[in-house]
Design a protein around this ligand. Structure first.
Ligand SMILES: [Zn+2]
Length: 335
């Protein structure tokens, strides 16, 4: 029943969105239990130490889980972590079929969840709505595959391709017409911060802009703040990590801590340094209907005409944000 399976898997994907800001350091997984063509239980991952999505969906289903189908965006875990393995709960609930979006690349799972379920006589199907699930879980999958966080570089840019406005004040004293982007884009940036485990800027950005880099315009946790270099003890970015050992060692360090997503918020020199070493996985541009005339480009050595070509690529997700436009550009486009 591939079409019906896809439909229910997309319900599980929708459940997972509830976990995105809270499940860290666990992946944001969603699950539904379906019996007689109706959902009888839904779940998403709790904050660390709480139950996983599958267990929540099963407990909501209660006895109706017997003979039902469980849909989970990620392969159920089969090992004892902070909680008992989900495979045990699934087997105990008497579920007869399990449908999985994507196999977990974590070496602790990686097919063993599926094997345990099959050994218990449960039918298992995987790879349903896989592209959608992979996109939703891309930061987690990247971290478990590469042992480094998924790197998102975000830049605000004028319609003529500059990342600064002439004579703009620092962040703390800036008036609305001195920001490149509007309120909605800035709110979106705070959401990106809340979704990220860590955020990083160059020391120069701290000296010129003195940003706090906290989550204020949305509800969410502050990411770990990292400055590349050393900054004044009076800077608003404190408490922060002042990192002086280079970008790749930073990614290895954060990956070793299990951090799934790093947001790079500039400035242009820092973002260019990440790009030079091909360390950006996703570039987010917020383009505002303003003209600067002069300033720093998005990437050093890349003409705005080239960037504008990227924006037209069919793999780029385009969203309007007030009077600005957001472009989410995957690595394959700007490589
Ligand atoms: Zn689990």
């Amino acid at each position: 029943m591939p079409e019906t399976d896809t439909k229910w898997m997309l319900e599980a994907v929708a459940c997972a969105t509830n976990a995105r800001l809270h499940s860290r350091p666990n992946p944001w997984v969603g699950a539904v239990v379906v019996k007689d063509s109706a959902i009888v239980g839904r779940g998403f991952t709790s904050p660390a130490g709480g139950a996983h999505a599958e267990v929540h969906a099963l407990s909501e289903s209660s006895r109706r889980a017997r003979g039902a189908t469980l849909y989970s965006t990620l392969e159920p875990c089969s090992h004892h972590g902070r909680t008992p393995p989900c495979t045990e709960a699934i087997i105990a609930a008497g579920v007869s079929r399990v449908v999985i979006g994507v196999v977990d690349p974590d070496p602790n799972v990686s097919g063993s969840g599926i094997a345990q379920l099959r050994a218990a006589g449960i039918e298992v199907v995987s790879g349903i709505a896989e592209d959608t699930v992979r996109y939703q879980l891309r930061a987690y999958l990247h971290q478990r595959t590469n042992s480094r966080p998924y790197v998102i570089a975000k830049m605000a840019v004028t319609q003529d391709g500059f990342t600064t406005l002439p004579n703009a004040a620092t962040t703390a004293t800036r008036s609305p017409d001195e920001w490149i982007t509007g309120e909605e884009s800035r709110q979106r940036v705070h959401m990106l911060r809340a979704e990220s485990d860590a955020i990083c800027v160059g020391a120069n950005t701290v000296r010129t802009d003195d940003p706090a880099l906290t989550v204020r315009l949305v509800e969410g946790r502050d990411p770990l703040r990292i400055v590349l270099g050393e900054v004044s003890p009076d800077a608003q970015v404190h408490p922060c990590v002042q990192w002086t050992l280079g970008i790749e060692p930073l990614l290895d360090h954060l990956g070793g801590l299990g951090m799934m997503q790093l947001l790079v918020e500039g400035g242009a020199a820092t973002v260019s340094a990440f790009r030079r070493d091909q360390l950006i996985d996703e570039l987010i541009l917020h383009v505002a209907p303003k003209t600067a005339g002069v300033g720093r480009p998005v990437f050093e050595g890349v003409a705005w005409e080239v960037v504008k070509d990227w924006l037209l690529d069919s793999r780029v997700a385009v969203t309007s944000m007030g009077s600005d436009t957001e472009y989410v550009i995957p690595r394959e486009v700007f490589g």
